[in-house]
Write a protein that binds this ligand. Structure first.
Ligand SMILES: N[C@@H](CCC(=O)N[C@@H](CS)C(=O)NCC(=O)O)C(=O)O
Length: 202
């Protein structure tokens, strides 16, 4: 919505204590939801595609083959997120080391995709314009970079394409503006609440 300069309001929901109004409208009790008039939409990708159909500028490619590739890579976000989250949310050092061993296989897949997109000259997934793929991966990169301030594993050092992509996304106000100004503090509190290994290093 920031990329499209749509006017909107954000209501944050405490997921530890979900309010009744939220449970009534969220089909699976999860965020995000988009309330548009009387309609409630859920699932990030469905919401993103809806907005992309409704409001210019289009972030999805106009070419159907490219669009299918983009959707496929957006689907891969959950594997990518799980590889990074299992490092950041590990409860013990051993669990984290195991996650560090496993992550490269998944990270390499997106590294290769970014490398194959080289002809598009970056810095975003599809070249010079922000896309829905960028928007899908950014939150996980943003959180990983925060937790790595404590873990200092620097997993991305072996993945130069992901590292450059991450630097681009995290210096883009359309991306960073998606979290509130106290995000870092809240995220650190959440790492503590989840009793992560990272929280023992604060
Ligand atoms: N596939 C869903 C996943 C949504 C999701 O897992 N949301 C998390 C926060 S990032 C949540 O609401 N968790 C609360 C819960 O599962 O109780 C999407 O992309 O919208």
């Amino acid at each position: 919505m920031r990329a499209k300069k749509v006017e909107f309001e954000v209501t944050y929901v405490n997921l530890q204590d979900k309010p009744d109004w939220f449970l009534k409208i969220s089909p699976h009790g999860k965020v995000p939801l988009l309330k548009c008039g009387d309609d409630i939409l859920f699932e990030s990708n469905a919401i993103a595609e809806f907005l992309d159909e409704m409001v210019e500028p289009k972030l999805h490619p106009s070419d159907p083959i490219e669009r299918a590739h983009n959707r496929a890579w957006t689907d891969f976000t959950s594997d990518f997120a799980s590889a990074l989250n299992s490092i950041g949310y590990a409860k013990t050092r051993e669990e984290m080391l195991l996650a560090l061993e496993k992550a490269p296989k998944t990270l390499q897949r997106i590294e290769t995709a970014l490398k194959n997109n080289q002809r598009k000259n970056g810095p975003y997934f599809n070249g010079e314009k922000l896309s829905l793929v960028d928007a899908a991966y950014a939150p996980f990169l943003q959180r990983y970079c925060l937790v790595d301030k404590f873990l200092k594993n620097n997993v991305l050092r072996n993945f130069p394409y992901i590292k450059a992509w991450c630097d681009t996304l995290l210096s883009d106000e359309r991306i960073t503006g998606a979290v509130p100004s106290n995000f870092e503090k809240e995220y650190i509190a959440a790492l503590k609440r989840r009793q992560t290994y990272a929280a023992t290093l604060f």
